[in-house]
Design a binder for this molecule. Structure first.
Ligand SMILES: *Cc1c(COP(=O)(O)O)cnc(C)c1O
Length: 381
């Protein structure tokens, strides 16, 4: 990171991501590891992160939307991809053509996938299969086939499979992390679901329940694939646990350049509404990132940043494009690098520090980094 920072920049350390995946693969020990790169790779850049994750030993990629999956294909990534959250009127045809596994949460979606595949075959456009992975509802109250509907959905899936319309490659669900007891119940429900699928004649190659938190803490939740998001980006899925404690390195460093510096007397109001007034004569530095960059306004007067190896407090409201820090009597200059967060073992604040300041979680901090922030990739595989 010897280069001078851009005005607003997220430096993405792909070597850290590759190492995180390799480390998690060791720790978890499952046959398969799915790197979750939805939401533009949690704000880090989906395509670059997907490649780095594959280099670290991930053998699957996971996204929410079909469009995200198609984008990975268009970038030339040919690894297996699963997408699991669909528009009610989704056209599954492009996804099938692109060889994307479709997560299905209802009998209606099974029918829609089968119909799309039959159309492709009729039109002479398809050479492969239409792979689906059936999502079961096991307690989150989100999507997935719920237990009373299993028999009918599995029978339909098996019939469509026999007809050659689909292949049921996986059965999966997701846990709440509400408590060990709640997760144990979800594991039991999921295990019943696998038995019901087997009873219907389905032989899914992939069985998966755990995201980062459950993969790390609950060996029984691992089955033969884990879907890892936050952990591959080097961030802990648990509050009060650091990245280093999990053997992970944060992938994103968010930084910028000090845009202005001014010496002010005591009792100077700062930013909108003067929610802070200086206690004494001091120096203020202007940081050109605001809530349009995803910097939480809730962190006003609460977060800190690092400049020249020291940390300084945010003072006054975070505005759309900028905020102010109080650097005291330190010799901060226009153009200096200001690090909002990165790897805390290097003395800078962490994404968790910002999350705590804003009353949220590290996931939200990195995922919301906006489009005016240049992504700079280092350590490409
Ligand atoms: C986002 C997501 C994941 C990844 O979760 P992490 O906690 O970031 O590891 C896994 N599975 C599903 C279904 C998800 O929506």
């Amino acid at each position: 990171m010897a280069e001078p920072p851009a005005f607003r920049e997220a430096v993405i350390d792909l070597a850290a991501l590759t190492a995180n995946v390799a480390h998690l693969r060791e720790v978890v020990g499952t046959e398969h590891l799915m790197a979750v790169v939805k939401a533009n790779g949690y704000g880090h850049g989906a395509v670059e992160c997907a490649r780095a994750a594959l280099a670290g030993g991930a053998d699957w990629l996971g996204v929410a939307d079909l469009g995200e999956a198609v984008q990975l294909r268009e970038a030339g990534i040919d690894a297996p991809i699963l997408a699991w959250l669909h528009d009610p009127d989704a056209d599954f045809l492009p996804a099938i053509e692109a060889g994307i596994d479709i997560g299905v949460s209802s009998a209606a979606q099974l029918d829609a996938v089968a119909a799309a595949r039959r159309r492709l075959v009729t039109e002479g456009r398809l050479h492969g299969q239409a792979f689906v992975q059936v999502k079961l509802e096991t307690g989150l109250s989100r999507n997935g086939v719920s237990e009373p509907e299993w028999a009918e959905a599995f029978a339909k899936a098996r019939a469509l499979e026999r007809a050659g319309d689909i292949v049921v490659r996986g059965i999966f669900s997701h846990v709440s992390n509400a408590s060990p007891e709640d997760d144990a119940i979800a594991i039991a429900v999921f295990t019943r679901g696998l038995a019901a699928a087997a009873a219907a004649g389905l032989t899914p190659e992939l069985r998966h329940l755990a995201a980062s938190a459950a993969a790390l803490r609950i060996p029984d939740a691992r089955f033969n694939l884990v879907r890892l998001g936050i952990g591959i980006y080097g961030l802990a899925p648990f509050e009060g646990v650091t990245s280093a404690e999990l053997g992970l390195r944060p992938v994103m460093t968010l930084r910028g350049r000090v845009a202005a510096v001014r010496r002010v007397p005591a009792d100077t109001g700062i930013s909108y509404d003067y929610t802070y007034r200086t206690k004494q004569e001091t120096t203020l530095a202007l940081v050109p990132l605001g809530y349009a960059e995803g910097i939480p306004r809730h962190a006003s007067n609460r977060a800190t940043v690092a400049i020249g190896g020291r940390t300084f407090p945010v003072r006054g409201r975070v505005a759309m494009d900028q905020f102010v820090v109080d650097v005291g009597d330190h010799a901060v200059q226009v153009g200096d690098e200001v690090v909002l967060f990165g790897d805390p073992t290097t003395g800078v604040p962490s994404a968790e520090d910002w999350a705590e300041a804003a009353g949220t979680i590290n996931y939200e901090i990195v995922t919301r980094i906006g489009s005016r922030v240049r992504r700079t990739y280092v350590g490409r595989p």
